[in-house]
Design a protein around this ligand. Structure first.
Ligand code: NAD
Length: 248
């Protein structure tokens, strides 16, 4: 069976690393991106250059119309999805809850929660043995913030990731008998550009002393955990929240 992997927010960071390693693992990869087409095409080019198969597809995961278009394009160009990584995520500037307005909360929930839900729904419609599919696997990229709570920084982001944890557990049980496994990874502090949107580009350097392993994580270290959960090596794991945190 052809292995077809959709990665949301795949043009940089953890998503791009997962796309590259996934292609090396034999997946045909769809690199979804929201705005940065050049960065997405660069990831596709790296994969093609290494002998893999990849496409880039634009779409805001918080938009139902975009998500429908994304999966239809994957159907047409690669085939039905067999693996989904709900990686797209945002955090916004650090602030206390008194300053957070509903517009910010809507943005944070739209990408992190609604996006993961909509993409999972489209994947399940194609993967489920109850709908004639061949099964598959989904990995949601949560965060250890769901357990730590991110007080005085971004409790909204932590709460959104908490929703992803609950979604992972419930969905895993809902579709377990349909050939689909659903798991999550919860990264700690990883070297990516997301920290700049939180207003703290060098966050990993500041926080790493509180990590038992005394260092930040690399994107590939998260990607390898994601790919293990997607693989048949994890064939009896579903509803699992796997921390990738250096012990944090
Ligand atoms: P990143 O900012 O480099 O990557 C996030 C990607 O998601 C970007 O390419 C961005 O354009 C894309 N994106 C954002 N909103 C989108 C939308 N609505 N539709 C489609 N794409 C969208 O950061 P990253 O660290 O690689 O983040 C990947 C995931 O890892 C996120 O879910 C993040 O919350 C999670 N995470 C990161 C860390 C860390 O320390 N870097 C820790 C825990 C969890």
């Amino acid at each position: 069976m052809k292995k077809i992997l959709v990665i949301t927010g795949g043009s940089r960071g953890i998503g791009a690393a997962t796309a590259r390693l996934g292609a090396a693992d034999g997946y045909a990869v769809c690199v979804n991106y929201r705005q940065n087409e050049a960065a997405a095409l660069a990831v596709v080019e790296q994969i093609n250059h290494a002998g893999g198969e990849a496409i880039a597809v634009a779409g805001d995961v918080g938009s139902e119309a975009d998500v429908l278009r994304l999966f239809e394009q994957v159907d047409r160009t690669l085939g039905p999805v067999t693996a989904l990584v709900n990686n797209a995520g945002i955090l916004e500037g650090q602030m206390r809850v008194e300053q957070m307005d509903a517009t910010r909360l809507s943005r944070v929930l739209a990408t992190n929660v609604i996006g993961s839900f909509l993409c999972a729904r489209e994947a399940i419609r194609r993967m489920s043995t109850h709908h004639g599919g061949q099964g598959g696997a989904i990995v949601n990229v949560s965060s250890i913030a769901s357990r730590l709570g991110a007080p005085n920084e971004y409790v909204d982001y932590a709460a959104a990731k908490g929703a992803i944890d609950s979604f992972t557990i419930g969905l895993a049980k809902e579709v377990a008998a349909e050939g689909i496994r659903v798991n999550a990874v919860r990264p700690g502090v990883i070297y990516t550009e997301i920290h700049a949107s939180g207003g703290e580009p060098d966050r990993v350097e500041r926080v790493k002393a509180s990590v038992p392993m005394q260092r930040g994580g690399e994107t590939e270290e998260v990607a390898r955990a994601v790919l293990w959960l997607l693989s048949d090596d994890a064939s009896y794991s579903t509803g699992t929240l796997l921390d990738v945190t250096g012990g944090r």
